[in-house]
Write a protein that binds this ligand. Structure first.
Ligand SMILES: [Zn+2]
Length: 308
């Protein structure tokens, strides 16, 4: 649970929403006069409405919420590239979208607009306890979530539900020299809707995460790494570290899914997405699009992808 106020969200709103100019007209929201100008930067607190912008009202529902707050490592390129890829996918889906770095959006009233939340490289303790509870209640209604790359690092352990039930694995480290490597990704569940259109395997260039252990059997493994095709024994910040998880792709999963609760809320994690170049590759973009469609229940109406 975070305690500090976020003071820099307004600028990021403008950048991520692609606004040509900052909104300047005052607008009444919940009785408070706020603007999206510099005044707003020093005004709102975590408890203030996150959507103090007229753009929010124009977003068609159903919609995708793209959440990119970083209180730990910031993946500048992955945030921008991933958000753009999600916006393109949303248009193809006929969905609206809204991106923000301000966690106050996690309240029952505003979450209602969305079918899925994408945690695009969210890092650190980004949500307050009430915000975490609002998200969990919303997800339990049968909504969906997609977690991208840094959203699966080890900086979210204060939020037990997120770390244990949605992510299910604890990040250890990644190679640093070289940091980005080609590796063979093997599809572990070719019948799953998230892997539709992907062959048995593909080569991807990425910063490859290693986890303490694969997620439990509660999760559905979708793809894993062939460690013989890159260097998992690597220089990590000055120390040579052995980041091997095992010789088989099943030993080193990098994409997985879960269906949670009685409404089988769909969640997908993909470890790919450090840089914007990730989305230059057909496979990563297709997997992202598939994950958005599946978690939004646009595909797989019988929930066969929830079968383990
Ligand atoms: Zn990264």
């Amino acid at each position: 649970m975070k305690k500090l106020h976020t003071l820099s969200f307004a600028l990021t709103f403008s950048l991520l929403l692609g606004c040509a100019a900052p909104e300047t007209s005052p607008k009444k929201i919940d009785g408070a006069k706020v603007t999206a100008s510099a005044d707003a930067v020093s005004g709102p607190t975590l408890e203030a409405p996150a959507t103090s912008t007229r753009f929010f009202d124009t977003v068609n529902s159903p919609a995708i919420l793209i959440f990119t707050e970083t209180r730990d490592w910031r993946h500048e390129e992955g945030i921008v590239g991933g958000s753009l890829a999600i916006m393109k996918a949303a248009k193809e889906m006929g969905y609206g979208y809204f991106s923000t770095e301000h966690s106050a959006i996690f309240n029952a009233k505003e979450l209602e607009k969305f079918e899925i939340v994408v945690f695009n490289n969210m890092t650190g303790d980004a949500l307050t306890k009430p915000q975490e509870e609002a998200f969990e209640a919303w997800l339990a209604e049968g909504k969906g979530a997609v977690l991208i790359h840094g959203s699966g690092d080890s900086s979210h352990q204060d939020w037990g539900f997120y770390h244990n039930e949605m992510l299910g694995a604890t990040f250890v480290s990644h190679p640093a020299d070289p940091q980005f490597q080609d590796a063979r990704v093997e599809v572990l569940n070719r019948a799953h809707p998230v892997m539709a259109g992907i062959g048995q395997d593909f080569i991807a260039h990425e910063e490859w995460y290693t986890f303490a252990a694969p997620p439990s059997d509660d999760f559905i493994m979708l793809a894993g790494l062939d460690e013989s095709t890159y260097s998992p024994v690597n220089n990590v910040w000055g120390d040579v570290s052995d980041l091997r998880m095992g010789p088989e792709p099943e030993d080193h999963p990098v994409i997985w899914a879960r269906c949670l609760g009685e409404n089988q809320s769909r969640v997908v994690y993909t470890a790919m997405g450090h840089r914007h170049e990730t989305y230059d590759a057909r496979e990563a973009t297709l997997i992202l699009n598939n994950a958005l469609n599946w978690t939004a229940r646009k595909t797989d109406p019988e929930s066969q992808g929830c079968q383990k």
